[in-house]
Design a protein around this ligand. Structure first.
Ligand SMILES: *[C@@H]1O[C@H](CO)[C@@H](O)[C@H](O)[C@H]1NC(C)=O
Ligand SMILES: *[C@@H]1O[C@H](CO)[C@@H](O)[C@H](O)[C@H]1NC(C)=O
Ligand SMILES: *[C@@H]1O[C@H](CO)[C@@H](O)[C@H](O)[C@H]1NC(C)=O
Ligand SMILES: *[C@@H]1O[C@H](CO)[C@@H](O)[C@H](O)[C@H]1NC(C)=O
Ligand SMILES: *[C@@H]1O[C@H](CO)[C@@H](O)[C@H](O)[C@H]1NC(C)=O
Ligand SMILES: *[C@@H]1O[C@H](CO)[C@@H](O)[C@H](O)[C@H]1NC(C)=O
Ligand SMILES: *[C@@H]1O[C@H](CO)[C@@H](O)[C@H](O)[C@H]1NC(C)=O
Ligand SMILES: *[C@@H]1O[C@H](CO)[C@@H](O)[C@H](O)[C@H]1NC(C)=O
Ligand SMILES: *[C@@H]1O[C@H](CO)[C@@H](O)[C@H](O)[C@H]1NC(C)=O
Ligand SMILES: *[C@@H]1O[C@H](CO)[C@@H](O)[C@H](O)[C@H]1NC(C)=O
Ligand SMILES: *[C@@H]1O[C@H](CO)[C@@H](O)[C@H](O)[C@H]1NC(C)=O
Ligand SMILES: *[C@@H]1O[C@H](CO)[C@@H](O)[C@H](O)[C@H]1NC(C)=O
Length: 742
């Protein structure tokens, strides 16, 4: 008896133990189970692994559910599950819920009124990356962490209802960034017991000023409210909050000075207030911010000198004060302590002096932008030490000795962007073949030497830059022909040779450019985004980096090669202000993504190919000042171009406004026939004549009429007539046709 009983007992025990491990031992509370089952989002789960929420199973064993010892659901944790639908009010019955994480799903609909505040035990609420809409009305008293970022929430946030010591005394982390909230800035009312550490209001539509009050949030570490419509002064009382590690308020309309008080923030790691209207000087003692790593002050109205004390902040990795009005001699600063500095951007100020020698000892530097200042002198031989340097922009200064500059920079082995234009005015283009050494510039992707009025020819060493993607030699005085080897540069996609004195023909080899003619997936503009955390692209030196060939304003002649149609990935083709002749190749219409086509101010003749109307991305088009004739195509983007695109072609005619045609030719005449004569379309006409030839008397009239001599006389006759007359002639022709058909 015992022998047979014990094994059974044993298995029962094992079963109970196993279920205890799986579910913390207690079966699910029925009320909680009902609340979960009435959830609308479970049903429409579209994730690859559906939720195993079967009503026949203990709900404490379900996906994403954790229960306490009494079988009450404490955690609902289902991020990244592809859940759709909305939150059901029945959730409110999960009265022991402490953690709710439904982030990164596709949930939508409003947050049910009162739902959140009904969770008496909720400490963690993460609904980020969904599209919950409408307002945020309240939070539970117990809440510690709120992440509602990246949703579709809108309306105002009433601080007195949502947070504050009386409402949510334990709140530590609050993130509503990337929504559409409006109205006043919702200031939490802090007191000495407040636990708030992190507040993120960025990327919303909050307006007006940040009122004082944050200064009382004595544990605040992170404060972000960038990308809003905030105005007024910086909230100076936060400079009393010495726990602050990050202040991030970019892209607002904040004005006034930065305030000397900021130097009290000895823990400040990130100070990010770019793209505002801040003015005044950078606090002289800013060097006391010894923890500072990221200083982003670009695009403000800051004046005065760069404070020497800043050079004491040895942990700095990023300094960006671009687009301000800084002045003073930059060579007087000693950068040598900034051994962690990776990005220095002081571009577009009024700094004077030489490139600072001490900067060359900052061996971590990857990005230097000192463009658009008043620097003079030469590129320093010591820059060879900067082996990490990958992005250098010194354009629009007063540097001299381009030969020296190139020779030195070729030794910066990691250099991928060198923008040096608008310097070296009137010097000779260095053409010494040995300038690169054996392995110089082997990572160079962008070379900007525009606007230097350099004379000479395109140097042959450029042919060795196998990584080159963007070459700007515009606004120089280069002569000779355009080298055919450009067509062999395997990555080149942006070639700007405009405003030089190049002569000769458009080299056919250019139409082979691998990056523009094949669908090989070469990433085009990756390098430009890297060093900046501004959403706006801040590339200076080239106006844009679209795939393009720009030969504007040279002395090129001959025909535009038919092979041009092979450059199927071209976005911009500018051949204006040259001496090109012949007709516009129809093949251009193969360049499906062409956005800009400028052929103006040449000697092109013939008609504008009808097929160009298939270029659906063409937004800028000009053939002005050529010898084109015939009718302007209609349809597609051509309906959007103004008459300026065509002016200066006396024989070109817009069919809709036939009265504005100064003269007529075959193309116009056929168009008029089509309109006045009731559907006399051209292919049909040719077929008719061809057929009619053999079949009898009446056809002879047609044949006669359209014999070469006749046609010639006819058109000559027409072109001497006024509009009305030739319209009548055309109608008569149509009548003739109808008679012939009968
Ligand atoms: C449901 O899936 C989770 C894992 O996603 C698993 O741990 C649990 O045992 C499953 N429950 C049931 C009843 O299958
Ligand atoms: C909570 O549960 C009770 C009992 O099942 C039910 O009557 C009530 O409607 C539920 N509340 C909500 C908000 O679903
Ligand atoms: C919610 O889950 C996601 C994904 O696991 C996680 O990254 C996030 O930190 C969680 N939220 C909280 C507040 O813990
Ligand atoms: C707030 O959430 C966003 C994602 O929506 C995240 O990028 C950001 O870092 C968060 N803010 C804080 C302070 O953690
Ligand atoms: C902002 O929210 C949208 C929609 O949820 C999301 O796609 C985007 O990645 C978010 N942006 C950031 C910076 O988190
Ligand atoms: C900063 O704190 C000091 C005392 O610690 C106080 O006198 C001052 O008013 C506070 N400043 C602001 C702007 O709140
Ligand atoms: C600088 O950074 C190092 C390493 O990250 C850290 O140990 C040190 O405390 C920092 N210095 C200051 C003054 O914050
Ligand atoms: C320089 O700054 C001014 C004003 O801040 C701005 O308008 C201009 O576009 C900037 N130029 C460059 C080259 O960044
Ligand atoms: C060169 O730059 C790349 C990134 O552009 C970086 O990963 C690499 O470490 C750098 N190498 C040297 C020697 O600086
Ligand atoms: C140009 O620079 C090179 C390299 O630094 C140097 O050898 C040469 O003397 C310089 N030329 C002038 C005219 O300064
Ligand atoms: C044409 O190029 C020359 C030489 O660079 C320049 O001086 C002139 O201003 C340019 N003209 C136009 C209209 O761009
Ligand atoms: C343009 O080419 C023609 C010959 O095709 C030549 O006579 C004329 O001088 C050239 N004009 C210019 C400005 O180069």
């Amino acid at each position: 008896m015992l022998n047979t009983f014990f094994p059974d007992m044993h298995s029962v025990l094992v079963f109970v133990l196993l279920s205890c491990f799986a579910s913390i031992c207690h079966t699910c509370n029925q009320l909680d189970k009902q609340a979960l089952l009435s959830h609308s989002f479970i049903i429409s789960s579209s994730s690859s692994t559906p939720l195993n929420w079967s009503s026949s199973i203990d709900c404490c064993l379900w996906d994403g559910i954790t229960c306490d010892l009494h079988g009450r659901v404490t955690k609902l944790w289902l991020p990244f599950r592809g859940l759709r639908g909305s939150l059901s009010p029945s959730l409110a019955n999960l009265s022991h819920l402490s953690h709710l994480n439904l982030s990164h799903n596709l949930l939508s609909g409003p947050l049910p009124n009162g739902l959140l505040s009904s969770f008496n035990h909720l400490t963690t609420l993460d609904l980020s990356f969904n599209c919950f809409s409408k307002e945020l009305l309240s939070l539970p008293y117990s809440i510690q962490l709120v992440d509602l970022s990246s949703n579709c929430l809108s309306g105002k946030i009433q601080p007195s209802l949502v947070f504050g010591q009386a409402r949510a005394p334990n709140l530590m982390y609050f993130n509503v960034s990337n929504n559409s909230f409006t109205g006043f800035f919702p200031l939490p009312s802090c007191n000495s017991f407040s636990l708030i550490k992190s507040l993120d209001f960025s990327v919303n539509c909050f307006t007006l000023k940040i009122p004082p009050g944050l200064g009382a949030c004595s544990k605040l570490e992170v404060f972000r409210a960038g990308f809003n419509l905030l105005s007024g002064l910086l909230p100076f009382d936060i400079y009393n909050v010495t726990t602050l590690r990050e202040i991030s308020l970019p892209r607002n309309q904040l004005s006034g000075p930065i305030g000397d008080g900021i130097v009290q923030l000895s823990n400040l790691n990130t100070f990010e207030v770019y793209s505002n209207e801040l003015n005044g000087e950078i606090p002289r003692d800013i060097g006391r911010l010894s923890s500072l790593e990221h200083l982003l002050l670009q695009s403000n109205n800051l004046r005065g000198n760069l404070p020497p004390s800043l050079m004491q902040c040895a942990n700095l990795t990023t300094i960006n004060i671009r687009n301000n009005f800084l002045e003073g001699d930059i060579s007087a600063l000693d950068f040598s302590k900034l051994q962690k500095l990776r990005t220095l951007d002081l571009g577009n100020n009024s700094l004077t002096g030489y490139f600072p020698l001490s900067l060359t000892s900052c061996t971590s530097l990857m990005t230097i932008r000192l463009d658009t200042n008043e620097l003079e002198g030469q590129v320093l031989p010591d820059m060879v030490a900067m082996q990490y340097l990958s992005f250098l922009s010194l354009s629009a200064n007063r540097l001299i000795n381009i030969t020296g500059a190139i020779r030195i920079l070729t030794s910066c082995k990691n250099l991928s962007v060198a923008i040096l234009g608008n310097n070296f005015i009137g010097e000779a283009m260095p053409d010494d073949g040995s300038i690169l050494g054996s392995d110089g510039f082997q990572k160079l992707q962008v070379l900007g030497l525009g606007g230097c009025k350099l004379y000479g020819r395109v140097p042959a060493w450029i042919a060795k830059l196998r990584m080159l993607k963007v070459l700007d030699l515009s606004f120089n005085h280069l002569t000779g022909s355009i080298p055919s080897w450009f067509g062999n540069l395997p990555r080149l996609f942006c070639l700007d040779l405009s405003s030089n004195f190049f002569s000769g023909e458009f080299p056919q080899e250019l139409c082979r450019l691998p990056t523009l003619s094949s669908r090989l997936d070469v990433p085009l503009v990756d390098i430009f985004m890297q060093p900046f955390n501004d959403y706006r692209l801040q590339y200076s030196g080239l106006t844009n980096v679209l795939p393009q060939i720009n030969l504007r304003n040279n002395s090129l002649s001959g025909r535009i090669p038919l092979e041009i149609g092979k450059l199927i990935l071209l976005h911009v083709l500018d051949l204006s202000l040259n001496n090109f002749s012949g007709s516009i190749p129809e093949q251009i219409s193969n360049i499906r993504i062409l956005e800009k086509l400028d052929l103006s101010n040449n000697h092109l003749s013939g008609e504008i190919p009808e097929s160009l109307t298939s270029l659906h991305f063409l937004s800028s088009f000009s053939v002005a000042n050529n010898n084109l004739q015939g009718q302007i195509p209609i349809g597609g983007q051509f309906d959007t171009f103004s008459s300026q695109s065509y002016e200066g072609n006396p024989q070109l005619c817009r069919p809709v406004l036939s009265s504005s045609c100064p003269s007529i030719n075959r193309g116009n005449e056929q168009k008029i026939i089509q309109e006045e004569g009731g559907g006399f379309n051209i292919p049909w006409f040719h077929v008719t004549v061809g057929l009619g030839y053999a079949t009898g008397f009446l056809v002879v009239c047609v044949t006669l009429l359209f014999q070469d001599s006749w046609r010639y006389a006819y058109f000559k006759f027409l072109s001497n007539m006024h509009d009305k007359v030739y319209v009548i002639v055309a109608v008569n022709m149509a009548r003739l046709r109808r008679r012939l058909q009968r």
